[in-house]
Design a protein around this ligand. Structure first.
Ligand code: URA
Ligand code: SF4
Length: 226
């Protein structure tokens, strides 16, 4: 049945989004299904699922790590400071941000409450959480079937290329898109780069170079679209 969830609770002890992923439907069915995902504990503290955003016809899919504070509140990926850097870098690389599909390896915000004050501090998702959430990413990629996937940072790289991925070694190179579901069908190419928030975190002296590196890796992706 299109859009019907599989039996949630089939493997209650495992972290795995699979039982929540509807079979068959398009992006709307996936988004609706993901809103109720309890495939790992991250849904408990977060405000909402932040699913991917963009058209199924997009030729480029950008994969980030996980929603940040702003994304968690607004329910959309890359609407905070990292999104600002990403939009500017895409523009500069010749990729129209409005024609991309943007998502994250992990769909719920993982954070730690600051010792004082209300600030929520981002925490990196574990390999277990990345792999639990991967069925959503695989399903999005199957629907959008882009020509180029851009992995933004180590978490996205690990989700797409495996835990041995190292951004410093594999960035800026056009790689064949691996098969994600074991059934073949890894269409298109993959380019990895740094996460846009690494530009924001860089020292003043290094920020311009970090940004230029992001743009030049995105230019590799842009050339694949020509
Ligand atoms: N960082 C990410 O990886 N994704 C977002 O959506 C926002 C910040
Ligand atoms: Fe489901 Fe992913 Fe959220 Fe975990 S992080 S509950 S697997 S959507």
């Amino acid at each position: 049945m299109v859009g019907a969830p599989r039996d949630p609770g089939a493997h209650p002890d495992e972290y795995d989004a699979t039982p929540y992923v509807p079979e068959g439907g398009g992006l709307k069915a996936l988004r609706d299904g993901a809103a109720g995902c309890r495939g790992c504990p991250l849904y408990r503290e977060a405000t909402q699922t932040v699913f991917g955003d963009g058209k199924a016809s997009a030729r480029v899919v950008l994969v980030g790590e996980q929603p940040g504070d702003q994304e968690d509140r607004q329910g959309r990926p890359f609407v905070g400071p990292a999104g600002g850097v990403l939009t500017r870098a895409l523009d500069e690389a010749g990729i129209d941000p409005a024609r991309t599909y943007v998502t994250n390896a992990v769909k719920h915000f993982k954070f730690q409450q600051a010792a004082r004050g209300k600030r929520r501090i981002h925490k990196a998702p574990s390999l277990r959480e990345i792999s639990a959430c991967k069925p959503w990413l695989v399903a999005e990629l199957q629907v959008v079937d882009p020509e180029v996937v851009v992995a933004l940072g180590a978490t996205a790289g690990k989700a797409l290329l495996g835990s041995s991925f190292r951004v410093g070694e594999q960035r800026g190179i056009a790689l064949p898109m691996p098969s994600l579901d074991g059934n073949g069908g890894g269409h298109g190419m993959l380019v990895a780069t740094i996460h846009p928030s690494a530009v924001l975190r860089a020292d003043d002296a290094e920020r311009a170079a970090a940004y230029a590196g992001l743009v030049s890796d995105l230019e590799v992706a842009a050339r694949l679209l020509k």
